[in-house]
Design a protein around this ligand. Structure first.
Ligand code: HOZ
Length: 429
């Protein structure tokens, strides 16, 4: 196949680098680890991205999760257009915010109160502050390779862009704050137990992606999340599920519903905004009532509960709530795709491990099980980079990093899956 042309994208990248750090507004987009220059997107519809050179790609990122029903999902587009004429922000309460809270509470277990924010980062940062304020303790435990946004407390052994760029420690994060973040390997309960034993009555919260999506897709082992719940109960630690990726994606009630485990606090982002910048944190009243103005743990935002973001998220969540068949279909498609890729790579004799749960999956080039950050890092990155560019050049847009999950949308068709597989057939063994 002829190499497709990226001329316009390359020109735009040159221009972008003169004005924007690294030419991008979020590091993973820069293609630094896979090499080459990023594709500039002009528009998207359904399962497809269209770049500035007129190339079409089957999209396996879907804006890193929000586009679960595909790009430019018509009911969301219509709802935004209808709402926008009434102004884009008030900085004052609206009925729509109540409707949004009511809808989320009807979908998600164990939530009495919910506060809307503007991103997943804000949600996780605020949840940790709340846990600290509620318990009067400072330390938190997070897991190597997880990513909870770019707030200072979370940039210790984190996944996503930190892992992609191989950043060991982040300048600008004070030692004092970094010392309050303890890390344990994912899927290792003993490591968490020993951290708790080393820091008795010091740990405010354990924050975890219940299914990790920032070191590829990593699935919790049987009993692991239950074990964390038990430890938190025993030691009065606030258990925070970061469901920015998994919320409304793995089930209407997210991983809490899927694994039947109740976290004390839960954070959301991505799907909750239908593609607009939204996040949220939520939990039982006993804890949430400490947030201002009910309590004195301060948190605020001029654009929080923004009407355009609310109507986009409300419309998407409502569809997911009313039509739970979406989840079955998404899972079936993702299983089919991952199973077929597994078969093809095996036929080619390429060592690989594919993790898949619901509509999240990732391809790792290594024959060992990928269950944590170490095993994810031990995979063949050079081969992933070749795979990424091969697929891109055949019209398939994958995450430009081995440390990210794929997100499947309901608009992905059988033909799209077939096209993806034929692209892979040409991948040299
Ligand atoms: N860190 C995001 C994925 N885990 C990437 C966000 C972006 O670059 O848009």
């Amino acid at each position: 196949m002829e190499k497709i042309s990226y001329t316009k994208s390359q020109q735009l990248f040159e221009r972008a680098q003169q004005h924007i750090p690294g030419g991008v507004n979020s590091p993973v987009r820069a293609f630094r680890s896979v090499g080459g220059s990023p594709v500039f997107i002009k528009k998207a519809k359904g399962a497809y991205l269209f770049d500035e050179d007129g190339n079409r790609y089957i999209d396996y990122i879907n804006s890193w999760g929000p586009m679960i029903l595909g790009h430019a999902y018509q009911p969301v587009v219509d709802a935004i257009c209808a709402k926008v004429a009434d102004s884009t922000s008030f900085g004052a309460p609206t009925e729509l915010e109540i409707q949004m809270a009511e809808l989320i509470k009807s979908m998600v277990p164990n939530v009495d109160l919910i506060r809307m924010v503007n991103s997943g980062t804000e949600a996780c940062m605020s949840a940790v502050r709340l846990a600290r304020g509620y318990t009067g303790r400072n330390k938190i435990i997070m897991f190597e390779g997880c990513y909870h946004g770019h707030a200072d407390s979370f940039l210790v052994k984190a996944g996503s862009g930190i892992a992609t760029l191989g950043i060991q420690s982040v300048p600008g994060v004070s030692k004092a704050l970094a010392n309050d973040t303890l890390t344990a390997p994912y899927n290792n309960l003993n490591a968490v137990e020993s951290l708790i034993a080393q820091h008795p009555d010091e740990i405010a919260a354990i924050i975890i992606e219940p299914v990790a999506g920032n070191m590829g897709c990593i699935i919790p082992m049987k009993g692991y999340l239950d074990g964390l719940r038990g430890l938190c109960d025993k030691h009065n630690i606030v258990l925070i599920f970061d469901e920015v990726m998994t919320g409304f994606r793995l089930a209407p009630g997210g991983a809490q519903q899927l694994y039947n485990i109740r976290a004390d606090l839960v954070t959301y982002g991505k799907i909750i905004g239908g593609g607009l910048p939204v996040g949220a944190f939520a939990g039982r009243k006993e804890i949430m009532q400490h947030i201002a103005p009910m309590g004195s743990v301060y948190q605020a935002g001029t654009l929080s509960g923004n009407p355009i973001a609310m109507i986009a998220g409300y419309t998407l969540l409502n569809e997911l709530k009313e039509n739970s068949f979406h989840y079955k279909e998404l899972e079936a498609k993702t299983k089919k795709l991952s199973g077929a890729i597994r078969k093809l790579l095996a036929e080619k004799g390429i060592a690989h491990t594919i993790n898949q749960l619901g509509s999240m999956m990732s391809v790792h080039f290594g024959s060992h099980p990928v269950t944590d950050f170490e095993s994810a890092k031990a995979c063949n990155k050079d081969l992933f980079n070749k795979f990424f560019h091969h697929m891109l050049n055949h019209g398939v847009y994958l995450p430009p990093s081995a440390f990210e999950s794929w997100f499947i949308s309901s608009t992905l068709s059988e033909e799209d899956i077939d096209q993806t597989l034929s692209a892979l057939e040409n991948f040299p063994s």
